[in-house]
Design a binder for this molecule. Structure first.
Ligand code: F6R
Length: 242
């Protein structure tokens, strides 16, 4: 595991973008596993900039996102599909038909999840998976629990995640209570993992994940078993590292 401790959120974004761009330069038809949330926005901004300068070509890239709220359509501004379009896809030359996000509008959870597992298989697996981390150690929407869920599944979001996500909605009531998310095996099957974190609120989860016991109570702790993980985090998230 390589850990890059950078000064602040901005540096984290730049470093993460460099690693994502390096993957695309090394393998132009890479399958990129992508994440939403506040943490990756700086990296996406930098990727867009490099694309606009003519330095980064997404024409052969495929993407698979970690998760989507159940019940939200792709044109709902709170959906993760919308987020990805806004922050990345609409600003680069990626073929949108090769950008995948779980289908939030598929009411049949089994169908939605099986279809997504099939997509991940069909694209040949993930070359590089970008991950944020929840303050409770979740990755994707794999919340703390009794077992590691293996493949794409429907989750009931925990109170703490609903509270953390409420900032994007008008009220707590509007935050969806369920999501479709890749499972731990889908994530662990990625050839490489890039975990990014910034801010004090992530410090404890990051510490537990990187050095604590491997347990489904801290889903990101499973990453200790992955052979190729890079962590980029800022000083506040890594203040315990000395
Ligand atoms: C997003 C995702 C989540 C976030 C995590 C951190 O697709 O799967 O696991 O990465 O909740 O969110 P932010 O970056 O908003 O702190």
């Amino acid at each position: 595991m390589i850990i890059y401790k950078v000064k602040n959120e901005e540096e984290m974004g730049k470093k993460a973008a460099s690693i994502l761009a390096a993957q695309i330069l090394m393998k132009p038809n890479a399958v990129m596993g992508l994440a939403t949330g506040s943490t990756p926005t700086g990296a996406y901004q930098q990727l867009v900039k490099w694309h606009q300068q003519g330095d980064l070509d997404f024409s052969q890239v495929t993407s698979v996102n970690l998760d989507e709220y159940r019940g939200l359509a792709g044109d709902n501004p709170q959906s993760y599909r919308y987020f990805m379009n806004e922050h990345l896809f609409s600003h680069v030359n990626i073929d949108k038909s090769r950008t995948f996000v779980p289908d939030g509008l598929e009411a049949d959870a089994d169908k939605a999840c099986q279809a997504y597992n099939q997509i991940i298989r069909d694209v040949g697996g993930i070359d590089l998976q970008l991950l944020g981390i929840g303050p409770n150690g979740h990755i994707g929407f794999n919340e703390p629990g009794e077992v590691f869920e293996k493949e794409t599944h429907c989750v009931d979001l925990t109170e703490s995640t609903i509270r953390a996500n409420a900032r994007f909605f008008d009220s707590m009531e509007k935050v969806p209570k369920q999501a479709y998310t890749m499972g731990i095996k889908n994530i662990m099957d990625a050839k490489k993992i890039l975990l990014i974190a910034s801010g004090e609120a992530k410090a404890e989860a990051l510490h537990q994940s990187l050095y604590g016991p491997i347990t489904p109570q801290v889903p990101a702790s499973i990453l200790q078993l992955h052979p190729d993980v890079t962590v980029v985090a800022d000083e506040s998230a890594l203040h315990w590292m000395g």
